[in-house]
Write a protein that binds this ligand. Structure first.
Ligand SMILES: *[C@@H]1O[C@H](CO)[C@@H](O)[C@H](O)[C@H]1NC(C)=O
Ligand SMILES: *[C@@H]1O[C@H](CO)[C@@H](O)[C@H](O)[C@H]1NC(C)=O
Ligand SMILES: *[C@@H]1O[C@H](CO)[C@@H](O)[C@H](O)[C@H]1NC(C)=O
Ligand SMILES: [Zn+2]
Ligand SMILES: [Zn+2]
Length: 339
């Protein structure tokens, strides 16, 4: 292989893959959500995004990962996760005040961008930014290792998957989903989404889907996002590392570990899409559609547009927060392969 060709491969791997849920997972979440949004919500979102194509949410689902990788977007990197400082596998839990950090986390960012997406005071560019963050972050929050501080969300747990040396985080984000689906193009995501929609409509998820959105209200986005993070974080103890870190390093994770994890990956991607569709419908009906209606008080005007009211009180930096800072905003080590 010429070194130029190799460099191009490495570069394309860095751009396409190795992101929070990889591009496949995020686009799949978006396609599932597109199925569940009302026609008014869809028309609003298409207008905001200036995209009337059949992939209007999937097209921007990984924008936030590309943005965080630029020097202009580095400030937003803490929005992609919450570092739950629990103790897996014996104890898993999320505590917003303990875990979010004063520069913000997925939960505060979801609250902020929910507020901003529905706020009539903002420019169309700001509303589009808010919607793009929401489409991405409702996906990230369902990935168990985006709700875990241990070893920087598993980024520092070196493992072997299907013959490749990589880390546990990137296997959950990218390589296990791609192993299941066999690609990461938008058409692969649409196909996976169709399968998951079938499971929700009339298959194995039918009886539980209502519980995925139970209690979700736009008026308390911190509570909803904390519930989603807590739900995903529980899998860190039960599925991601039920026997601790060392047990993951005794051999190739494919096929035994993969077989134990892939059902949870499918479930979490389905949940992300179903919740996102419902969240956007609620955002549209309770904020956007109400705006300008006579007699409706503009509740948005009570909020700080920078979302500072949503942040927990500052605390001294913990070891986990210092470890995250040492990664300088990057989520995943440079991957030198694609599986
Ligand atoms: C919307 O998209 C169209 C075609 O893709 C483009 O020509 C137009 O400039 C865009 N409008 C805005 C406001 O970005
Ligand atoms: C809310 O969004 C704005 C615009 O992107 C950003 O400047 C601000 O830091 C965000 N606040 C929180 C709490 O995420
Ligand atoms: C894990 O792998 C990375 C990249 O190959 C390497 O830099 C790091 O030292 C390894 N960590 C441990 C604990 O082995
Ligand atoms: Zn990730
Ligand atoms: Zn992300």
């Amino acid at each position: 292989m010429t070194s130029l060709f190799k460099a191009a491969l490495i570069l394309s791997g860095a751009v396409n893959g190795v992101q929070a849920w990889g591009s496949l997972g995020h686009a799949t979440v978006a396609y599932v959500a597109q199925h569940y949004v009302s026609s008014s919500t869809a028309a609003w979102a298409q207008g905001v995004l200036n995209d009337t194509s059949s992939s209007y949410l999937a097209n921007i689902a990984s924008w936030a990962d590309s943005y965080r990788a630029t020097s202009a977007g580095k400030w937003s990197s803490s929005f992609h996760f919450i570092d739950a400082e629990d103790n897996p596998p014996s104890s898993c839990n999320v505590d917003y005040d303990r875990d979010c950090g004063s520069s913000g986390c997925s939960i505060s960012a979801i609250a902020n961008y929910t507020q901003r997406a529905g706020d009539g005071r903002l420019s169309s560019a700001n509303v589009a930014e808010a919607l793009k963050f929401l489409v991405h972050l409702l996906g990230d929050v369902t990935q168990p290792l985006h709700d875990e501080a241990y070893k920087v969300g598993g980024n520092e747990i070196n493992v072997t998957f299907n013959g490749y040396s990589d880390n546990l985080h990137s296997d959950w984000d990218t390589y296990m989903p791609e192993q299941l689906i066999g690609g990461y193009a938008l058409s692969d995501a649409q196909g996976w989404a169709n399968t998951l929609i079938g499971e929700i409509t009339s298959g194995g998820y039918k009886s539980e889907a209502a519980s995925w959105i139970k209690g979700d209200t736009i008026s308390d986005p911190v509570a909803a996002a904390t519930r989603w993070a807590t739900d995903a974080n529980a899998f860190v103890c039960s599925v991601v590392m039920p026997d601790g870190e060392a047990a993951l390093q005794t051999g190739d994770l494919y096929p035994t570990y993969y077989n134990s994890a892939i059902g949870t990956i499918e479930l979490q991607v389905a949940k992300g899409g179903y919740r996102l569709g419902n969240w956007l419908n609620m955002l549209y009906t309770s904020k956007v559609a109400k705006r300008g209606l006579e007699g409706e008080e503009d509740s948005a005007s009570h909020f700080d547009l920078l979302g500072r009211d949503f942040l927990p009180k500052p605390r001294p930096l913990s070891r986990a927060k210092l470890a995250r800072m040492a990664m300088e905003g990057s989520c995943c080590g440079t991957e030198e392969h694609r599986h």
